[in-house]
Write a protein that binds this ligand. Sequence first.
Ligand SMILES: [Zn+2]
Length: 377
Amino acid sequence: MKIEKMLKRFVGCGLLAAMPALGLGAQTPAAHKTENVIVVMLDGMRWQEVFGGADAGLLKVMGPEALGDPKERAAQAEKKYLRPTASERRAALMPFLWSEVASKGQIFGNRELGSESQVINGLNFSYPGYSETLTGVADPRVHSNDNVPNLNATVFEWLNAKPAFAGQVAAFGAWDVFNGIFNRERCGFLVDAGYDPLTAIPATPELALLNRLKAETVRIWPDEPFDPLPFHTAIEYVKAKKPRLLFIGLGETDDWAHSGSYPEYLNAAHLGDSYLRELWTLVQSMPEYHDKTTLIVLPDHGRGVGAKWTSHGEEIPESKQTWMAFLGPDTAALGERKQTGKVTESEIAATVAALLGEDYQAAVPASGAPIQDVLAK
Ligand SMILES: [Zn+2]
């Protein structure tokens, strides 16, 4: 047990006052308060909607008819998300991000305010984006979305190998390729992805139902279920096991965008934002997490602009553009960032580690550096 944790235990049970002669204060390491980190990624969610809300022009482009009357769906989305100003539109689309995170955390990536956030892998699609973000390295050998074991270890795997985090790491993802990205066979922690039932913890009634729904719900996409299934599965796990390091990957934003349904893309973003609130409210109600948890939210890539909004990749340079949000006890409440230096997704792994008092870049020199702006001063 680290001195810092021992100290907190003593403070917690009132023994510290009885032990002044030990001089524990002199040995207390870094001043960071974060003991847990939660990373939530919204696949292919554009910065344009995050900062500007729903695009009235794209709502006029009718989507596929398979989901029902596209006019009716667009009209519903207009009512829910269209407002006169960008700040009203984005607050309607992602109210948690633009209330809680914007007032108590930091959000990077609004290019109109001089804040640049991007992936540096040059490919601008999912596996390279997640791998860059989670390993800190844009490795050119990672160049496809094939569900193959990651050659590199994620910061999750690196932390799980340390005694303080062993067994306290878990990853949940809609996309079954998270099994490869986290290298489930090698990583040593729980990865629950795609349609796989969660059987690693005793079944609660909620979990039993979620596992049934994963098996029984219609499969629009063969490699990922709808977002509510992995999200609520992760919630059950948090309640049962209280992991110190948690990943949740949601996928519907990207899927609906590829199918050209702008209303569904907006609905997926709105649902994802409501999940951030639900998750944040839950962990703040638990003593293991309260006031000592940092939440990081970001996508794995951006998308094209105009008619190319549905797509992304090497041939769409704008799709390297991302955004990132931070909320937690060590991150100064600077809100929507203006005129910042460029931040990149390759800096997230080292930032996750630094928030927990660990130096990832010393172990993986090729990784991006921690983002100092969001760390305790
Ligand atoms: Zn995609």
